[in-house]
Design a protein around this ligand. Structure first.
Ligand code: HEC
Length: 107
C-alpha cells in the first residue's frame, strides 16, 4: 500500500524538469557532440583540435555573446559549426539558447 506513493512523489519531483526539458533535449541531440554534454562543461580537446579551434571557443560557458548573437550563430553556423536554420524550428533554437544561458549563468 505504501508503495503507491513512490511514483507519485517521483512525478511531482520531476514535473518542472519535464516541463522545461525541451531546450535541454534539443541541446543534447544537436550541440552536445561538439560543445560537451552540458553547456557549462569542458569540451573535448581532441574534438576541438580536429576542428582547429581552441577548447575555449567551444566552451559555451566562456562565450560573451548576447542571446540574439547566439541565436544568429546557431541559425547561420560559423567556421566548423553547421547552421541549424533548416534543421530546427525557430522556437527550438531559442529554447536551446535559453537553456544554454540558464545553464551557464554566473551567480
Ligand atoms: C560540429 C561541431 C558543432 C556542433 C554540432 C555545434 N557547434 Fe557550436 N560551435 C562549433 C565551433 C567549431 C564553434 C566556433 C566557431 C568559430 O568561431 O570559429 C562554435 C561556436 C558556437 C557559438 C559561439 C560561441 C562564441 O562565443 O564564440 C555558439 C553560441 C554555438 N556554437 C552554439 C551551438 C548550438 C546552440 C549548437 C546546437 C544547435 C551547436 N553550437 C552545435 C562547433 C559546433
Amino acid at each position: 500500500m505504501k508503495k503507491i506513493w513512490i511514483p507519485l512523489i517521483l512525478v511531482t519531483f520531476f514535473m518542472p524538469v519535464i516541463a522545461f526539458a525541451d531546450g535541454r533535449a534539443d541541446y543534447r541531440a544537436n550541440c552536445a557532440s561538439c560543445h560537451s554534454a552540458y553547456p557549462n562543461g569542458y569540451p573535448d580537446f581532441e574534438k576541438a583540435k580536429a576542428m582547429k579551434v581552441s577548447q575555449k571557443k567551444l566552451a559555451l560557458s566562456a562565450s560573451e555573446m548576447s542571446r540574439d548573437e547566439m541565436i544568429a550563430i546557431t541559425e547561420k553556423g560559423k567556421g566548423a559549426m553547421p547552421g541549424y536554420k533548416d534543421k530546427l524550428a525557430k522556437d527550438q533554437i531559442t529554447g536551446i539558447v535559453d537553456y544554454i544561458i540558464s545553464a551557464v549563468k554566473k551567480k
